[in-house]
Design a protein around this ligand. Structure first.
Ligand code: GLC
Length: 741
């Protein structure tokens, strides 16, 4: 016992005060470097690595916080969030490294959700591009800018599947589909982390969040309870997280929500059994903001000591802002309630990240003011942001009024989103600057000069209609009206759930007033989610979903409106007709009463006041050209274990201009030991075809692609008959069948 007490004292004296830790050289395997450093650390210093605090300058959650400098200098903090900028990160790093005994550097983290200074379209928008290469490139650029500003780690990608647009955070993800969501999760992780070597200090740690099923919040209300069966959890919500692990994601973030009665941050099922046990995840898990402390409000713990014990033993490694791990874990280890091996595993995972980032060789490696000045907002970055934004826009309706005619046209641009630089960049705008954003108004002004007439019209909230008269006058004096309506940035993202998804404030009334001018109307929708268009669509001759398109959203949407770019975006979610239909998603079950048994039979799954179908289906989007599908062929009518079925379809551009099409493959398992979805996305290809060009597109399907979580909770496919559907969206009609034996 005595030697146990004496060892840390002798060690402390031998190392002296403030002396650098004895760290093995970079040539040594990182596991050895970690073990060697852990052996020098006291229990308190190991616990310190598990503590994350926010800077007070940019709090992204509710908190009272006094200065944390004393904890930094005692080695009691392992990471900070919301410290940004080369100078500021350097300053805090000096405090931590030079003031502490072992001089272990901090990790600096920030929410780089869709760009750092150059803001890309919100993630839901870029998901609508179905362009994995450009999505990856956007994250590479975001990482490059964030890294130059001293950041080591982003709390992204958010990979939560969302099927309820009342939930404002649908804006941050990739929509409703596990297959598309998994592909995008992999692309985003690759973009942030590259090959994971972090050799060039231009990549940062990624973070798959919010683990798990946060998007299944009951009633679409943020932070609310989620209650899904384990099968739905595994079939729908977990796949994008597993995809992130497969792509080598360095960290995870546990969600705020309680799932099946257990808060995610203390869920052994999620954090240990699935994440480590089944998926072999080797990184570390940080809690979402104060979510360990919030277990008190969940009514799941009596005090923070119990919260620290429960969450840490469940598999949580780092406590963001709760003050649970810092004050309690060391005592719990000394009491033997927590094995020191678990503490070593958690602290070791965090130290591993710091070694991988090269921070022990140079703690200020990422805080480079010269690079910061040259890289942030670089013209190449802005060009990439414009390109992705235009590829993300989805043309939902067009009576032929788009693309706009060229110069000489008199254009009335009206509405609260037309000249809204901060709303245009959407939620989680990181370090966007108002002056960098090129608005729709600025872009169209550039194109049409004095031919462009602008009127604000009204706000997105309130009932002030005093701007209507000027707006209608502007419309009357023009050839065509572009109504830029939707949501401002405060109506989208975290904690912005809505019970109504109608155009808010007097916007619909403005649209109706504009209609009286008798000119064609293009509705340019700019929002973080689908808004309900049943009363709106008849008023518009064209509808373009521009989302919140980011810094270069103005020029990007102008490119689409004028035809400089032929729109190729496709919906990553089903667009409900009304809130009453929610949740609506394409991979729904058939039910026992999918349709009337006979003419007039009322007893089937329906509403008496609405069709069952969505306003627009998953995968939908129009182009300025047209495409046709035919010659669907299967390589065999039978697929056997170990075999591959090749599915070939011919796609032709039957219009008059080059365009891109997202060819989508859906599969239906006709009969299963469990009820199966009527369709599931199992492949997609985005291709470009010149006018008149036709091309064969191939997909490959193996038995593993047909697997699901079966009745006995094993994952696998079942023999039987399957249908494939290939086409431009989830209602694809071209079909063929095969048998899995
Ligand atoms: C927020 C969000 C999370 C974010 C974290 C840090 O509350 O839920 O997505 O990464 O806190 O800002």
């Amino acid at each position: 016992m005595f030697s146990r007490l004496l060892a840390p004292v002798l060690l402390f004296l031998s190392l002296g005060f403030g002396a650098r830790a004895d760290v093995l050289p970079p040539s040594a395997p990182v596991e050895e470097r970690v073990r060697h450093l852990l052996a020098q650390m006291t229990v308190e210093e190991k616990v310190g690595q598990l503590v994350q605090y926010s800077s007070r300058d940019d709090m992204t959650g509710p908190a009272e916080q006094s200065s944390i400098t004393p904890q930094l200098q005692s080695g009691g903090v392992g990471s900070m969030l919301n410290v940004v900028g080369a100078a500021e990160t350097r300053r805090w790093q000096k405090i931590a490294v030079e003031g502490s005994r072992l001089r272990i550097p901090l990790l600096f983290a920030y929410d780089v959700i869709h760009g750092y200074r150059t803001i890309f379209p919100i993630p839901l928008a870029s998901a609508a591009s179905w362009d994995l290469a450009r999505i990856e490139e956007a994250e590479r650029i975001a990482a490059r800018e964030a890294a130059a500003a001293g950041l080591h780690w982003t709390f992204a990608p958010m990979v939560d599947i969302a099927r309820d647009p009342r939930w404002g955070r649908i804006a941050e993800g990739a929509g409703e589909d596990p297959f598309l969501g998994s592909a995008i999760a992999r692309a985003r992780v690759r973009g942030f982390q590259g090959d994971g070597s972090f050799a060039d200090a231009e990549r940062i740690l990624a973070c798959a969040k919010h683990f798990a099923a946060y998007g299944a919040a009951q009633a679409g209300r943020d932070y609310f309870t989620t209650d899904v069966t384990e099968r739905v959890l595994r079939d729908v919500y977990l796949p994008p997280f597993q995809a992130a692990v497969d792509a080598g994601v360095a960290t995870f973030m546990s969600g705020f929500n309680d799932i099946d009665g257990t808060p995610c941050s203390a869920s052994p099922f999620l954090l240990d059994r699935v994440l480590r046990g089944e998926w072999g995840f080797k990184g570390f898990v940080v809690s979402d903001w104060a979510s360990v402390g919030e277990m008190l409000l969940h009514g799941n713990i009596a005090d923070l000591r119990e919260g620290a014990l429960k969450a840490f033993l469940a598999g949580l490694d780092m406590d963001m802002q709760s003050d649970a791990f810092g004050p309690h874990l060391a005592a719990l280890v000394r009491e033997g309630r927590i094995p020191e091996s678990r503490l070593d595993a958690a602290a070791g995972a965090i130290l591993t990240a710091k070694f991988r980032l090269g921070l022990f060789e140079d703690p200020h490696r990422y805080s480079d003011e010269t690079r910061e000045k040259t890289l942030l907002g670089h013209p190449d970055h802005l060009a990439a942001a414009r390109d992705l934004a235009r590829r993300s826009a989805v043309l939902l309706k067009n009576n032929g009024v788009l693309p706009l005619a060229g110069s000489g046209l008199k254009v009335a641009l009206v509405g609260p989103l037309a000249d809204a630089p901060l709303s245009q960049v959407g939620t989680w705008r990181a370090r966007a600057r108002k002056e960098d954003t090129v608005t729709v108004r600025a872009a169209l002004r550039q194109l049409y000069g004095d031919g462009l007439r602008y009127a604000f019209g009204c706000d997105v909230r309130g009932d002030d209609t005093t701007g209507f008269a000027a707006a209608v006058e502007t419309a009357q004096a023009s050839d065509i009206v572009i109504a830029a309506l939707g949501e401002d940035a405060s109506q989208s993202g975290e904690s912005t759930s809505r019970t109504s998804l109608d155009l808010s404030g007097p916007q619909l009334a403005l649209l109706r007033a504009l209609k009286t001018a008798g000119k064609p109307i293009v509705l340019l929708l700019m929002a973080g989610r689908p808004l309900m268009l049943e009363p709106v669509a008849p008023l518009a001759d064209a509808i373009l979903m521009g989302w919140h398109p980011g810094t270069m959203g103005g020029p990007a949407l102008a490119d689409v409106l004028t035809g400089a770019y032929n729109p190729s975006g496709r919906l990553p979610l089903s667009w409900p007709r009304s809130v009453g239909q929610i949740p609506y998603f394409h991979a729904h079950k058939n039910t026992g009463r999918p349709a009337p048994l006979r003419e007039g039979d009322p007893y089937y799954s329906r509403y008496i006041d609405s069709p069952n179908t969505p306003q627009f289906p998953f995968g939908f989007g129009l182009s300025y050209t047209t495409f046709a599908y035919d010659q669907l062929r299967l390589s065999s009518p039978v697929l056997r274990d170990g075999g591959v079925l090749t599915i070939t379809v011919r796609v032709a551009n039957t219009g008059a201009r080059t365009g891109e099409e997202v060819v989508q493959l859906y599969v239906r398992d006709r009969v299963g030991t469990l009820t199966r979805p009527v369709r599931e996305l199992k492949g997609f290809r985005k291709i470009e075809l010149a006018a008149g060009e036709a091309r064969e597109v191939e997909f490959a399907l193996g038995p593993a692609d047909l697997a699901f979580w079966r009745g006995d909770m094993t994952f696998g496919a079942e023999p039987g008959d399957f249908d494939v559907f290939v086409g431009p969206d989830a209602t694809a009609k071209l079909t063929a069948s095969f048998r899995l034996e």
